[in-house]
Ligand binder design. Sequence first.
Ligand code: FE2
Ligand code: FE2
Length: 278
Amino acid sequence: MAPRPVQGLAFEHKEAKKILAEVEALLGAEVSENSARQERNIMITATKTVRELATELPNATRIFEKLGIDYCCGGHKSLEEACKTANASVDRVLLALEQGVDASVSDTAGRDWSSAPLPELVDHIINTHHAYVKSELPRLEALIAKVVRVHGKNHPELETVQTAFTALGQELSAHLMKEEQILFPFVKHMSSANDCGPSCFGTVQNPIRVMMMEHDGAGEKLREMRQATSNYTLPADTCFSYGTLFGALQDFERDLHQHIHLENNILFPRAIALERNN
Ligand SMILES: [Fe+2]
Ligand SMILES: [Fe+2]
């Protein structure tokens, strides 16, 4: 598909209104007629990578999340490819992105992390996303165990969820420790001292490569859980805890996507560039 700005799309008036209403509902905010995108001169095209769009547009991750488009581990794909994988209409996604730029709600705590000082970004990731994972892991493990105990016999897929979540929890605990004790302090040091070496791991690209592989593994576990539960569809014979669990697992997934996006698409490329330029 040739790159072209979304404003050239020909939509039926009724269909366009319906999509705009969906976008407003999705963002929880009214979208305005004036395009902030035009002021910032950002081209929104299907040939751009998902990573570029997620970094440039403040509400893009919210839209990608809602439409099932992988913007963290799959951020290197073009929007067109990612839409194909997610079975989503490219035109619909482009229009949602176009309108979403103007809405006032953002998923990134109101900051443009592509230019904020790196130590602040690192602190934001630790204080927001790492803290969330650490507090949710024990709570969700206990909740899954309870739901498996009551409903596991009628819903064997819950055991798949439990196995995947237990493995995810173990992997994430080790992963966060490596980031907090090795990689992040090094990035902060590089940033504040303008000094990139020597380090115990050679170039910063080595630990980043490992962290990205571990992110892929985490994404795989999230997909396993989503697949086992048919996209977290609640069966008819469920209790309050079952619903609470599915809601909490989806919140956990959303937060982890945002967390990995900040690292894969913003922090890591900026750390690599900093090392190269020092
Ligand atoms: Fe992290
Ligand atoms: Fe990470």
